[in-house]
Design a protein around this ligand. Sequence first.
Ligand SMILES: Cc1cc2nc3c(=O)[nH]c(=O)nc-3n(C[C@H](O)[C@H](O)[C@H](O)COP(=O)(O)OP(=O)(O)OC[C@H]3O[C@@H](n4cnc5c(N)ncnc54)[C@H](O)[C@@H]3O)c2cc1C
Ligand code: FES
Length: 269
Amino acid sequence: MSAASTDIGPETRVAPAGAPVFAGDAPVRTIAEDRAVTTMTFDAPAAFAGARAGQFLLVSSNREGAPLLARPMSIIATDPLTISFGYQGEGTRLIAAAEPGEALHLFGPLGHPFEPLGPDALIVVEGAHFGTMLALCHERRAAGERTRVVFVTRPPDAPAGPVTAGEQDAALIAMFEPVAEVTRLAGSEVVAALAAARPAAVAAGAFDHVMGEVQAWCEREGVPGFAALQVAMPCGIGACKSCIRKFRDERYHLVCEGPIFPIAEVAFR
Ligand SMILES: Cc1cc2nc3c(=O)[nH]c(=O)nc-3n(C[C@H](O)[C@H](O)[C@H](O)COP(=O)(O)OP(=O)(O)OC[C@H]3O[C@@H](n4cnc5c(N)ncnc54)[C@H](O)[C@@H]3O)c2cc1C
Ligand code: FES
C-alpha cells in the first residue's frame, strides 16, 4: 500500500463529487397506456429533482423472472418523475406490467444532458428513439423556447420493431404535438426537410443512416448538431464496457459517458 493511501483514514474520506444518484425501489404512482406506449410516473426520489433532458435512469421490475440487467429509459420529466416506453421484449414487458403502488428498481439520474441549443432548434427523431427527444421538447417548452420536430417514420412494409409500427408512431406523434411543431416524413426526405427548415441547431436521435444524413448536412451548412445515442446500457456508469461505440477519431468510446455527443464526433457510416 502506498504512503499516500495509508494517510487517508476512514474519518477523512468524503463522498466523490458529482450529482447524487438514487439506487433503490420507488413505487409507481400512475400508469397510462396509449397504443402500446406506456407512460409511468413515480413518487420521485429527491436525487432526480434537477435531472435534465438527455439524462436517463436504469429501471427494472422486481417480479420473478425479470431480466438480470436493468433497462435504460430517458427521464421525460422530473415533477413527477416520468418515463415513457414502447414494448420491445421481456424487460419492457415486465416493467409495463407493474401496477400502481408496485415498486420498481430505479438507478439514476445518469448521463450528461444536452447543452443549451438556442432559440431556433430542430429535432430529428425516429420513433424508437423518442424518449430523449420528448424530454428535450418538454424542457425547451418550459423555458419558453420553440421547437420544431421532424418525426421520421418507416414504411409499413419495413418496420424497425414494434415501437415504430404505424399505430405506435401515431401515439408518439400525439405526445410530441403539445410541446413542438411536428412534421412527419419518410427517412429519405430528411435532408430536404433540414434544408427547408434551416435551423440554427439540430438535435438528432434516429437510426444510423438517418444520423449520417443529418451529420453530413450539419457539416455542409456549418450548423451545430448533437446526437442522442441509444445502445444497450447494462450499468450506465462506465463499469461494464457494454456500450462501446466507434467515433470518428478512430477510437471507441462509452456511450454512457454521453449519451449526448456533438454529432461531428460519432462514426455513423
Ligand atoms: C439512454 C437510453 C434511453 C432510452 N430511453 C428510452 C425511452 O425513453 N423509451 C423507450 O421506449 N426506450 C428507451 N430506450 C431503449 C430501451 O432501453 C430498450 O427498448 C430496452 O432496453 C429494451 O429492453 P427489452 O428487454 O424490453 O427488449 P429486448 O428486445 O428483450 O432487449 C433487447 C436486447 O437488447 C439487450 N439489452 C437491451 N437493454 C439492455 C441493457 N440495459 N443491458 C443489457 N442488455 C440489454 C438484451 O440483449 C436484450 O435481450 C433507451 C435506451 C437508452 C440507451
Ligand atoms: S453501460 Fe456499462 S459501461 Fe456503459
